[in-house]
Design a protein around this ligand. Structure first.
Ligand SMILES: O=C(CO)COP(=O)(O)O
Length: 135
């Protein structure tokens, strides 16, 4: 994360399996913004994004079920993330549901700009949440 000096926000991308295709499409639509950002993602989400959008540099943490959601949460707690784009699947039970809830909770605790769906993520971009770091 810290190694890339870019002007845009520090953005975390996470998507549950059913929504990973939507995440890659979303990233492709917003690649002009995201190429200015420091992007971190859970492992599988990040590898799909990287494959479909190689111009968007992505650092990855572990896969969500293996602790990646907690790693993103720790980055948020340390003040190292400005925005969380998390495409949450509300229709599929998750073995790591407690980690998902913990990530959402810590994002709220630290008042990070959050979007949990494609349309709400569009609003974050339109509102400038990814244009710069929080002051
Ligand atoms: O499970 C996830 C979020 O809860 C996402 O993790 P992956 O991107 O590794 O699939």
């Amino acid at each position: 994360m810290a190694s890339q000096a870019k002007g845009g926000a520090r953005v975390a991308l996470v998507a549950h399996d059913r929504l990973k295709p939507a995440m890659t499409v979303w990233v492709a639509r917003h690649r002009a913004t995201l190429t200015t950002c420091e992007v971190v993602a859970t492992a599988t989400t990040g590898s799909m994004v990287q494959r479909e959008c190689p111009d968007v540099a992505v650092c990855t943490v572990l896969s969500g079920p293996l602790g990646g959601d907690q790693q993103i949460g720790a980055l948020i707690a340390e003040g190292r993330i400005d925005a969380l784009i998390f495409f949450v699947d509300p229709l599929t039970p998750m073995p790591h549901d407690v980690d998902v809830k913990a990530l959402l909770r810590v994002a709220l605790v630290h008042d990070v700009a959050c979007a949990f769906s494609e349309r709400s993520a569009d609003f974050l971009v339109a509102g400038g949440a990814l244009a710069s770091r929080r002051s």
